[in-house]
Design a protein around this ligand. Sequence first.
Ligand SMILES: Nc1nc2c(c(=O)[nH]1)N[C@H]1C(S)=C(S)[C@@H](COP(=O)(O)O)O[C@H]1N2
Ligand SMILES: [Mo]
Length: 318
Amino acid sequence: MLIKSRESWEEGEASVTPEKIYLNRRRFMKSGLMGGLAAGLAMSLPAFASDDRVLKPLNFRHTDFDPGETMTPYNAVTGYNNYYEFGTHKDDPAKNAWQLRPAPWSVKVDGMVEKKGTFGVEDLVDYAALEERIYRHRCVEAWSMVIPWVGVPLASILKKLGPESGAKYVAFETLADRKQMPGIRWPVLDWPYREGLRMDEAMNDLAFVAVGLYGKELPNQNGAPLRLVVPWKYGFKSIKSIVRIHFTDTKPKTSWNMSAPNEYGFYSNVNPEVDHPRWSQKRERRIGEFGRRKTLMFNGYGDKVASLYTGMDLRANF
Ligand SMILES: Nc1nc2c(c(=O)[nH]1)N[C@H]1C(S)=C(S)[C@@H](COP(=O)(O)O)O[C@H]1N2
Ligand SMILES: [Mo]
């Protein structure tokens, strides 16, 4: 998004080959053929790299949130990431996010809300009510994935906290700790990473808070211990590793809009009719597939969310 040179999503053909995606550290380490190389590589790695963190399996119920499309392989979901706090390359988060300590974790709740204060993840997320939802994920960079998340509706958390009637928006912030996040040293964004939703968007049944994927806890690079998932919007709205939830009556600042207001609006609904100033949004590359797919309005979730925007000019409110 920031990178000025030609990137994969600006090119006609996929330049990020599936080989690159799958040749992550884990595959190297597992490969018997590459034993010598793996041993050498292992010695240069920190003792507790992120894929060495034991990700606990979660109990959850299945739901019918499922686009019925092939799920993106686990190695791509956890090896090809945007999480700029750990670096701007797609393989940086998987390499560097072992430095994040996702427990203990606390989330500050403030602003126009009844229950202000500091909460643990278990205070916010009802682990007895976890559900799995398979959602399409459409990055603004014109690639996409299909990911089986485990979590709870965002509304279940917000209702528990009790927004005041005047609260029109909810804003989120990610941890910004230099000691755990090597990317914070670079001023690529104005840290902490910030996002926000209009209250009715946040309360929509599709808006989700994930604590896991593929049946287990979230790997750090995917936003442990809890992250937002807003499947009808471009991926950057789905803020990771949340440490603050703020209720407000004014439209909150959001990181990508602050960084490039002409390229990233507050709404950021997936919309094939509104091109990014530097590339088309009409099509997308599904990670792990060849060729391109047509991008769907609201990422295919129009039946559930289009009514949130009736009467709005979606070109002006991009
Ligand atoms: N804190 C934070 N959250 C973030 C980002 C980030 O850089 N920092 N990147 C966003 C972008 S651009 C995308 S596409 C998704 C990627 O989520 P995933 O790596 O779990 O697929 O995370 C979003 N959330
Ligand atoms: Mo993205």
